[in-house]
Design a protein around this ligand. Structure first.
Ligand code: CO
Length: 288
């Protein structure tokens, strides 16, 4: 149950602004690193913090890629880019994503599949809705466009300081169902693909997280980084000090690392995500 709805609305609005800003920057030749930095800069300029490093996963990557400090990739015409961003404001978190096909429109059907799936499920949200109904709406909308839902990725509830809270909303029906209630915050995020419909773990996606406070005796550098990021996800672009970057990479096994999620048949993946606050009558989209 959300106590301070206005703070969640503000986190939502800032996340949505950052998403739209970033989407507009996804043009042929744009630097992947600079787009991530612009998006995160906007969130900070509006008085919030990025809830996680801006994800810019491309083509067969579904999620969890953020540029490292040396990333020199420039987007090419036809790249299918998932920009997934979130703002964090005193515990209130937003989570929202858009897919952009850079400089062309050959995959409009795939984008439409993800978007209509998100809209169909969003329209069903209200106090008492079953997650099974949402999953079914997502699966049907994606299959109706001739694509596959990614069956091992899910939407999720959000709680203060917790991006992925207890309840999952799978992209396919058939999992056990749970009931959602007014006052809950929920992220609906369908993934559609022309591939096999599953993701596997790929290489390290440059996102790190402390599972627990490090021992300051053993590693003062790590303890210093912990003071900055606590248990929230972060990346080396947010660590300007070369020495601290090196220490973090050396001690990486003590941190949680996130692999990039890659489509099992290297199929292209599209994602669409909005965060909602459930109300007795329906739901308020916090990231319009
Ligand atoms: Co999400």
């Amino acid at each position: 149950m959300v106590e301070d709805a206005d703070r969640w609305r503000r986190a939502g609005k800032i996340g949505a602004e950052a998403r739209e800003l970033g989407a507009g920057l996804l043009v042929p030749g744009a630097s992947r690193r600079e787009v991530a930095e612009e998006v995160e800069r906007h969130i900070r300029a509006r008085g919030a913090l990025p809830a996680f490093p801006a994800n810019l996963s491309t083509n067969q990557e579904a999620a969890h890629y953020t540029p490292d400090p040396e990333d020199d990739y420039r987007f090419r015409t036809g790249d299918l880019v998932k920009l997934d961003v979130g703002a964090h404001l005193g515990g209130a978190i937003s989570d929202t994503a858009v897919t952009v096909e850079v400089g062309s429109g050959r995959h409009a059907g795939l984008l439409k599949a993800a978007r209509t799936a998100q809209e169909s499920a969003g329209a069903l949200l209200k106090d008492g809705v079953e997650t099974r109904e949402l999953s079914l709406a997502i699966e049907r909308a994606i299959r109706a466009q001739g694509y596959r839902p990614v069956e091992n990725l899910s939407g999720h509830t959000i709680e203060p300081y917790l991006l992925h809270a207890g309840v999952s909303i799978p992209n396919v029906a058939g999992f056990s169902s749970q009931t959602l209630h007014a006052g809950q915050v929920v992220a609906i995020e369908p993934f559609a693909t022309g591939g096999g419909g599953r993701i596997r773990n790929g290489p390290f996606g440059n996102i790190l997280r402390f599972r627990e406070p490090p021992d300051p005796e053993r590693s003062p550098a790590l303890a210093e980084a912990f003071e900055r990021f606590r248990t929230l996800p972060f990346c080396l672009r947010w660590v300007p000090e070369e020495e601290l970057r090196a220490a973090l990479m050396k001690e990486r096994r003590h941190l949680q690392t996130y692999p990039v999620f890659v489509e099992v048949r290297e199929g292209l993946v599209a994602q669409w995500e909005r965060t909602f606050l459930l109300t007795p009558e329906g739901a308020e989209c916090l990231t319009p």
